[in-house]
Design a protein around this ligand. Structure first.
Ligand SMILES: Nc1ncnc2c1ncn2[C@@H]1O[C@H](COP(=O)(O)OP(=O)(O)OP(=O)(O)O)[C@@H](O)[C@H]1O
Length: 426
């Protein structure tokens, strides 16, 4: 592990943290601690021993840009302590933490929400806590309000918000503050199912240029969203690696068996459904009030439906979206994945074409043309993501596409058109 890793946005090295499990009876020692903290220092580390609980022990972890790492463990395993230390909210007894870039946290839903202020006013105050200035927050405010779905409730004092409403506001702000590192502690569980799906879809977008550490007891969501899982067991890292294996380790722990071996029984949670789309394409989502199911078809160069294409031949994708509500800024993103789950490319219509507006009852048709994609032979997967401005209307898997033929030898996922020149000189 090295901090020289240029993609590392969070690096924890040998981090330990203990808490007093019993109230201190040594008034002098307590007084010394208070004076230390008042003088700007950290509390003196607690020694291991009776009356002391070890929340984290020698925890090392790297989270890189583009990664979503899930943290799972039984109650009291140290997950929240890990996130608080990672965020710099809690001092360590030993070890180091390095963070790079802008940090956003979703740990305490009331953080920055002054009860007497309206939701609108809190957008600026929470934004300031996350390091954004007023101008940036004013520009982001319409998108934040739209994402939260709180409507007129944003005029009301946040002191009267339910925990789900606080999550809507808190998540919308954090996700629109352009974070490099997003730390999320279990809070999504208070959101209703559609909003949680919306949060996961939005985190997929955030993840493209950020690193995400997500504590959750919802294993299905971890399986769908995380590239990697860290399993904590009594403050120690019991496993750090592939999601499916990590969840298997966790299940073994939960069943009370010895979890020291990562080779647990394979979990059905993270794997592809028997005949459904692969797990790495998830999460899927559709705002059914605003759009019907997307009709997605691969085509050949003339627009005829296909499910197989020869290597290098022109390829098209047709998307039809029946709108159930007006949309003002429609555009489409299409991430492409190889069969092993590697995201090989991503295409976005708004890079070259202006977003569309359309009314309820209209069907939007989008055609993507790849004149010479040169994807290597094999099975290809993708997702169509229909956006309306900052909101995601739908995130639906494409039918799989088989590419055949191609160069007699090939490596990696694609073979660009190339010209060689070989010569000999005296
Ligand atoms: N402020 C504190 N004072 C004393 N003990 C604490 C404190 N914070 C955490 N602990 C202890 O540290 C251990 C780890 O707690 P932590 O909250 O990190 O666990 P967790 O994995 O997030 O648990 P859960 O799944 O129940 O939320 C627990 O034994 C807990 O009692």
């Amino acid at each position: 592990m090295t901090t020289a890793d240029p993609a590392a946005l969070l690096t924890l090295r040998d981090v330990s943290r203990r808490f007093a499990a019993t109230p201190t009876r040594d008034r002098r020692a307590w007084g010394r601690q208070v004076l230390r903290v008042l003088a700007g220092g950290d509390p003196a580390p607690l020694a291991e021993g009776p009356g002391v609980v070890t929340a984290l022990e020698d925890v090392s972890l790297i989270v890189r840009r583009g990664e979503a790492v899930g943290v799972v463990g039984l109650n009291g395993a140290g997950k929240t302590t890990l996130l608080r230390v990672a965020a710099g909210h809690l001092a360590m007894d030993a070890g180091t933490v390095h963070r790079r870039g802008r940090l956003a946290t979703l740990m305490d839903l009331t953080a920055g929400l002054a009860p007497h202020l309206s939701g609108h006013a809190c957008i600026a105050t929470v934004g300031a806590l996350l390091g954004r200035d007023r101008r940036a927050m004013a520009a982001a405010a319409p998108a934040i309000a739209a994402f939260s779905g709180l409507g007129d409730a944003l005029e009301r004092p946040v002191g009267g918000y339910s925990s789900g409403m606080a999550l809507r506001l808190g998540f919308a702000i954090a996700a629109h503050c352009d974070p490099d590192l997003l730390l999320v502690d279990e809070v999504l569980s208070v959101g209703d199912f559609p909003f949680r799906q919306k949060c996961l879809a939005r985190m997929m977008v955030v993840r493209e240029r950020a690193a995400i550490l997500l504590v959750s007891h919802n294993l299905a969501e971890v399986a769908r969203f995380c590239d990697r899982v860290v399993v904590l067991d009594r403050g120690r890292v019991a496993f750090d690696g592939a999601t499916e294996t990590g969840l298997s380790v966790y299940r073994t722990l939960a069943e009370g068996a010895d979890a020291s071996s990562p080779a647990g029984t394979p979990s059905s949670l993270a794997g592809p459904a028997a005949d459904g789309p692969p797990a790495f394409l998830r999460p899927f989502h559709r705002d059914a009030a605003r759009v019907g199911p997307l009709d997605l078809t691969w085509t050949d160069g003339s627009g005829a439906a296909v499910d197989t294409r020869p290597f290098g031949a022109p390829l098209g994708l047709r998307l039809r979206a029946p709108l159930r509500a007006p949309a003002r800024a429609l555009f489409v993103g299409v991430p492409l994945y190889a069969a092993d789950g590697t995201r090989v490319s991503g295409l976005a219509s708004d890079l070259t074409d202006a977003p569309l507006s359309a009314d309820a009852g209209q069907t939007v048709t989008v055609r993507l043309t790849l004149p010479a994609p040169r994807l290597n032979p094999g099975l290809w997967h993708g997702v169509a993501v229909l956006h309306d401005g900052p909101g995601t209307l739908a995130r639906q898997p494409l039918p799989p596409l088989r590419v055949t033929g191609g160069p007699s030898r090939h490596w990696g996922h694609w073979t660009p058109e190339a010209r060689w020149s070989l010569s000999v000189s005296e």
